[in-house]
Write a protein that binds this ligand. Structure first.
Ligand SMILES: [Zn+2]
Ligand SMILES: [Zn+2]
Length: 153
């Protein structure tokens, strides 16, 4: 199994990512733009067991999403870099892939909430784009859907 490493800006938090992500998307919603202070956020969706903190400490902040779902965002306690989010009711993690030591292999497999994307952002023609969210059954690779189904049991 492939193991990859990542860290926060100050390097007090380090982690290991085991195996392949379920899916990676770029979200252009206004909440993500605000959180990133930029044009979009990338989320690498993982099973919680895939991410292991090997050094440092994370602080957790909770916010309610637009639909009222509770989200947790986890940050380095020393420098405030966001490492990952979680939706406890869904049992999955959203890694910020920009915190990986090697980002050369990371690709957005879909762009979502493109209805609010910044006008200068040009979307690639060969990647699925959605005005809002997508239905994972329609977009995720079969192997990822099977892993998710196995978790839910
Ligand atoms: Zn840090
Ligand atoms: Zn978003």
């Amino acid at each position: 199994m492939t193991t990859r490493t990542g860290r926060c800006s100050c390097a007090s938090v380090r982690y290991e990512l085991a195996g392949e992500p379920l899916f990676t998307h770029a979200c252009h919603c206004t909440q993500c733009q605000r959180r990133a202070g930029g044009a979009f956020c990338m989320s690498m969706i993982l099973e919680p067991e895939q991410l292991r903190l090997t050094q440092g400490q994370l602080a957790t902040f909770e916010i309610a999403g637009d639909n009222g779902t509770l989200k947790q965002n986890r940050f380095c306690v020393d420098c405030g870099t966001m490492i990952h989010g979680a939706i406890p009711s869904h049992g999955i993690l959203y890694l910020r892939p920009g915190t990986l030591d090697d980002t050369g292999w990371v690709r957005a497999q879909a762009h979502i909430f493109v209805k609010s994307k910044q006008p200068w952002v040009e979307l690639p023609g060969d990647v699925p784009c959605f005005m809002e969210y997508y239905e994972p059954n329609d977009v995720w690779p079969a192997a990822s859907l099977a892993r998710l189904a196995a978790r839910v049991g």
